[in-house]
Design a protein around this ligand. Structure first.
Ligand SMILES: C[S@@+](CC[C@H](N)C(=O)[O-])C[C@H]1O[C@@H](n2cnc3c(N)ncnc32)[C@H](O)[C@@H]1O
Length: 260
């Protein structure tokens, strides 16, 4: 203890006065889509926002909580489309905050999961803009809850891991830790993995995960057209091979509690 600041012989230089507060950005988690899964804090920030920048997956009834005067701006990037718009989103956030507005950046699920949160935080920090992160319900926990199963199990799944099935090019990432994701004693949640799952499943089998490992497909969780399908890793691969992706979906596999 007692670093430089605590040393009476060190004359500390006065700290610069903080810049006048230009505006503020709340990076708000919207949950999977069902407005009942918004947190009270998210509802409060939406109600007080001057402007709401929202993703495709953070739209619909959750936006009803924005105040009647709030400007609503769609900044979504659908999976598979080029994501060069991140710079544009960063610029909009900074521009609105510098204009002194209360900005809500509404992100699907929990803002900290696969949502390019870091890029936006860096842009705000570089511009000297104050921000907060409002956590929320990730689609992963909402999917498990909708299916009536836990993500961890005391004896058989003491670990849970969240992975992405798509890198920046939309392909299965080339640096996958196969030993980790083929571990049969772990629950694995695959985001953005519908297209690449047949390839992923081949890798899992090659690394020893049995093809009859339970697997859950959870599509449009928290939306009226939600779909939940219980199958196996092999069954999931066949299903994904045969179907085109039109809705957001998660794949969860491992020692899932399908026997409940
Ligand atoms: C860019 S990531 C954002 C994840 C988000 N931050 C979260 O915590 O759920 C988008 C992916 O999350 C999953 N996802 C998001 N919302 C979903 C929903 N309502 N139902 C199923 N999957 C969803 C899908 O895998 C989708 O491709």
């Amino acid at each position: 203890m007692g670093g430089i600041a605590g040393n009476p012989r060190t004359k500390a230089a006065p700290l610069p006065e903080p810049a006048p507060f230009p505006g503020f950005v709340s990076l708000v988690s919207a949950g999977p889509g069902d407005p009942e899964l918004l947190t009270l804090k998210a509802v409060d920030r939406l109600a007080r926002a001057d402007v709401v920048l929202f993703d495709d997956l953070a739209s619909g009834p959750v936006l009803d909580h924005a105040g009647p005067k709030a400007e609503l701006i769609a900044v979504g990037k659908r999976a598979g489309r080029p994501s060069a718009r991140q710079d544009h989103v960063n610029a909009l956030l900074v521009e609105h905050a510098l204009a002194g507005r209360r900005v809500v950046r509404l992100k699907s699920g929990d803002a900290g999961f696969f949502g390019r949160l870091e890029e936006e935080l860096v842009a705000l920090a570089q511009a000297g803009i104050g921000f907060e992160i409002v956590p929320g319900v990730t689609s992963a926990s909402a999917a498990a809850a909708a299916a009536g199963i836990p993500l961890t199990r005391r004896l058989t799944a003491r670990r849970v891991q969240f992975i992405t099935g798509a890198d920046v090019t939309g392909q299965l990432p080339g640096d996958i830790n196969w030993a980790a994701i083929a571990d049969p004693a772990v629950t694995t949640v695959v985001f953005m993995g519908q297209r690449s799952f047949p390839e992923l499943a081949r890798g899992l089998r090659a690394h020893g995960l049995p093809g009859d490992t339970p697997a859950l497909f959870a599509e449009s969780v928290g939306h009226p057209h939600q779909r939940l399908i219980r199958t196996t890793v092999d069954g999931m691969a066949a299903m994904m091979e045969a179907s085109a992706v039109s809705q957001p979906g998660l794949i969860i596999y491992g020692p899932l509690a399908f026997d409940i």
